[in-house]
Write a protein that binds this ligand. Structure first.
Ligand SMILES: [Zn+2]
Length: 83
């Protein structure tokens, strides 16, 4: 299965088959698996591909921040219950 990976450092996109770790060819950073399928990727224009990495990573950061905020809220609620 061919998957689309994104580098968290330089936001470059790399196509690779599924494996444990995919490193960025530019900066050796461990890449993150995107939710884009190879079919979708192959149908994108060059401009769309160039814009995809940074846009996806921004979305990923938002998702992570929301998750962290949610975890912090849960933690807060738990400690409030103790008091
Ligand atoms: Zn990179």
């Amino acid at each position: 299965m061919i998957l689309v990976y994104i580098c968290p450092s330089c936001k470059s996109v790399r196509i690779a088959s599924r494996r444990k770790a995919v490193e960025c060819l530019k900066c050796d950073e461990k890449m993150i698996l995107s939710d884009l399928t190879f079919m979708e990727w192959s149908e994108m224009t060059l401009e769309e591909r160039e814009a995809y990495g940074p846009a996806w990573y921004k979305k990923e950061l938002d998702r992570q921040n929301r998750w962290k905020a949610k975890q912090a809220k849960i933690k807060r609620n738990k400690s409030e219950k103790k008091d």
